[in-house]
Design a binder for this molecule. Structure first.
Ligand code: NI
Length: 174
């Protein structure tokens, strides 16, 4: 029997606001089990990024796949850290699988360098701009309990969270 599919937590679940702990060598079996299931949940959603806290696992682990030209390009990031950011910023519309149907413009550094370990434990570094830069920062934010709405004004954030709560109530009521 295959394990039940992972469900993605929806804001304001408190687990989305917690700071995740680093992945340690002894977490190997957990990570090996979790990563394919996270990809399954992300592709099913569908989404381009997913962080472990979004499936209720408080580990510094996230996955990204921008699927350039509709081809899979999966990236697994274990213990990712932003090591450099550009002074130049870029504003881009973001969404999040934990805030379904909610979108807003978010301003972030236009370019970032991220250091992480890959699925095989190999140390890697990516310097990205454009959509990938925003996506990497968004996913790493999740590991610190930060959602994209936390980059907005309180007014805008509360408007989105209220709209999300209302939509979730309507969905639950059928
Ligand atoms: Ni997200």
């Amino acid at each position: 029997m295959s394990p039940a599919p992972l469900s993605i937590l929806i804001a304001p679940d408190p687990r989305l606001k917690a700071r995740a702990r680093p992945v340690r060598p002894e977490d190997g079996a957990l990570v090996a089990d979790l990563v394919p299931r996270m990809f399954e949940a992300m592709y099913a959603a569908p989404g381009i990024g997913l962080a472990a806290p979004q499936v209720g696992v408080g580990l510094r682990l996230c996955i990204v796949d921008l699927q350039p030209e509709d081809k899979p390009a999966p990236v697994v990031m274990v213990n990712p850290a932003v090591t450099a950011t550009s002074a130049e910023t870029a504003t881009r519309e973001e969404g999040c699988l934990s805030l379904p149907n909610q979108y807003a413009d978010v301003t972030r550094p236009a370019r970032v360098t991220v250091r992480f370990s890959d699925f095989d434990g190999k140390s890697r570094e990516i310097t990205a701009d454009g959509l990938l830069a925003a996506c990497l920062q968004h996913e790493i934010d999740h590991l610190d309990g930060i959602l994209f709405v936390d980059h907005l004004s309180p007014l805008k954030r509360n408007m989105i969270l209220r709209r999300l709560a209302k939509e979730q109530r309507q969905k639950a009521a059928g």
